[in-house]
Design a protein around this ligand. Structure first.
Ligand SMILES: [Zn+2]
Length: 244
């Protein structure tokens, strides 16, 4: 209809009406584009919000997982330090406990609290990373993923040098033979340790001390991982206006 009226005005050489028709069309196109752009912006914001909510759930699960792993790792580390203190003459035999004996049996074990944050991985691999508008959150996510790579490299290299003391020193550690049954029943195993038998075994003490330094290195990385995830958590909380 506008086109027919426009052509009639051109034929009649009514240039004022032609000009007004052109203005109406241009304003219409402009408003249409504005509405489309507002709609696209709103859709992008909703999508970002959804991603951040899912990311927040991943982060909370990750923080719990890493904290549990760190507690486990620190308990092993503390136990090994107590035993080494005994061999150094700084602790009495009666001060060593069953928990220290468990730590000796697990001195080669590394907690494995890998939390990959599936949402962050999906955003990075799908190229949708830019949907997160806050640059600080994007950077914190990248930093966290880099720490995971570092942790995995460090775990692989330290694992090569960790020594399983239970298989090398049966005269010092009697492994609880019901260990598998107790695991099934969720009961902690109770190994028996004859710490005094290791007092004059330099190889045993050296290997235990070296296991302890490797445990220490890994603990530092897990602490870095937790700090990095908590930083990301803080930024996401801020964006979602959440407080805990
Ligand atoms: Zn939170």
């Amino acid at each position: 209809m506008i086109l027919r009226r426009f052509m009639r005005n051109v034929t009649k050489q009514n240039w004022l009406a032609v000009g007004l028709d052109l203005i109406v069309v241009i304003v219409g196109i402009f408003l249409g584009l504005q509405v489309q752009s507002w709609y696209d912006g709103r859709e992008a914001k909703l999508q970002e919000y959804k991603y951040l909510e899912n990311l927040h759930q991943d982060i909370e699960a990750g923080v719990n997982l890493i904290s549990d792993g760190l507690t486990e790792q620190l308990a092993i580390q503390d136990g090994i330090i107590n035993i080494l203190d005994y061999y150094a003459g700084d602790k009495g035999l009666d001060e060593l406990t069953n928990a220290d004996c468990s730590a000796l049996a697990l001195s080669h074990k590394q907690a494995n609290p890998i939390s990959n944050l599936p949402v962050a991985q999906e955003l990075i691999s799908s190229g949708n990373f830019q949907i997160i508008s806050d640059e600080r959150i994007r950077r914190a996510m990248s930093d966290y993923v880099s720490i995971l790579d570092l942790l995995s490299d460090r775990r692989e290299s330290t694992q090569l040098f960790m020594v399983d003391m239970t298989s090398l020193y049966p005269e010092i550690i009697d492994v609880d033979l019901k260990i598998a049954r107790k695991r099934l029943e969720n009961i902690p195993p109770s190994h028996q340790c004859h710490f005094e038998a290791g007092a004059h075994n330099t190889l045993f003490k050296n290997q235990l001390a070296m296991n302890s330094t490797r445990q220490w290195q890994l603990t530092r990385t897990i602490e870095e991982q937790l700090a990095s995830l908590e930083k990301l958590h803080h930024l996401v909380d801020e964006k979602l206006r959440m407080s805990h």
